[in-house]
Design a protein around this ligand. Structure first.
Ligand SMILES: NC(=O)c1ccc[n+]([C@@H]2O[C@H](COP(=O)([O-])OP(=O)(O)OC[C@H]3O[C@@H](n4cnc5c(N)ncnc54)[C@H](O)[C@@H]3O)[C@@H](O)[C@H]2O)c1
Length: 249
């Protein structure tokens, strides 16, 4: 790896596993100082054991207290300045509309929307102090298109909201040099999505691909490096699809 993020200070949420974990590791290997956060303390300890350069903070980011804990930890570690905020933490429940409980709806929308709002709000003063900060959120291919076989009513609401919120963050952040973009992954193999691998859903997923393979956390990590670096200084308010062409037709 090169040092495309050298000197940057980054917060990566949802870093206990999957895409967030991969981004934390790839950022560290690009010379970035990383504070990784998750609700899963054991997963964070494994991450810190794997790469002692990564600092960790456990928090429930669907709560104001959890977001505040992370902001205090970041302020202490990074002397009050954060250059990159990666909001990768999420919780999702899938069920057909008539079977989805209100509790599962709330869990998903809180896990996908509230966590992004609460962390970004808590982190905003630290990002302003950077003068050239980058926020990276996660929307989804499901914010753009419905996928046959995936009962994603709450998830589509959550990820559509994140895409729209990102544009607003870009608008409000512009005067302080804060950029905000969202990444819209298609089906990406992670611990969360592995449960679908042997199901009929995959026929529909594969049928839409122009690239003859499934996406990986590493594919997403490379885009997150670009968006976190100054190479993307003219990119803000964008939602970037990374889905093997699945949403292009
Ligand atoms: N994997 C895909 O195919 C895919 C596709 C589109 C979008 N995305 C989005 O990309 C992001 C990462 O996806 P993933 O598959 O790696 O997810 P994942 O479910 O594997 O990981 C999410 C992480 O967030 C953590 N988390 C959950 N609730 C939390 C809370 N309250 N506070 C703090 N941390 C919490 C979990 O412990 C977990 O480590 C998510 O926003 C997801 O919606 C993923």
């Amino acid at each position: 790896m090169s040092e495309r993020l050298k000197g940057k200070r980054a917060i990566v949420t949802g870093a206990g596993r999957g895409i967030g974990r991969k981004i934390a590791l790839m950022y560290a290997s690009e010379g970035c100082e990383v504070l990784a956060c998750d609700i899963d303390g054991a997963a964070l300890r494994k991450l810190a054991d794997h790469d002692p350069m990564i600092a960790v903070q456990k928090a429930d980011l669907t709560t104001e207290d959890g977001a505040a804990t992370l902001a205090v930890s970041a302020a202490g570690r990074f002397a009050g300045v954060v250059d990159i905020l990666v909001n990768a933490a999420a919780i999702v429940r899938f069920a057909p509309i008539k079977e989805m409980t209100y509790g599962d709806w709330k869990t998903t929308t809180s896990g996908e929307i509230d966590s992004v709002f609460l962390v970004t709000r808590a982190m905003w003063p630290l990002l302003e102090r950077s003068g050239r900060a980058s926020i990276i959120n996660f929307s989804s291919a499901n914010a753009h298109v419905a996928l046959k076989g995936l009962p994603a009513i709450a998830h589509t609401a959550g990820k559509g909201a994140v895409m729209a919120m990102t544009r607003q963050m870009a608008m409000e952040g512009g005067p302080s040099g804060i950029r905000a973009n969202s990444i819209a992954p298609g089906f990406t193999v992670t611990e969360e999505t592995e449960q679908h691998l042997d199901t009929p859903l995959m026929v529909n997923v594969r049928e839409k691909l122009m690239v003859d393979r499934l996406g990986t956390s590493e594919d997403i990590g490379y885009l997150a490096i670009y968006l976190g670096s100054d190479e993307s200084g003219y990119v803000t308010g964008a939602d970037i699809c990374i889905d093997g062409g699945a949403t292009a037709w």
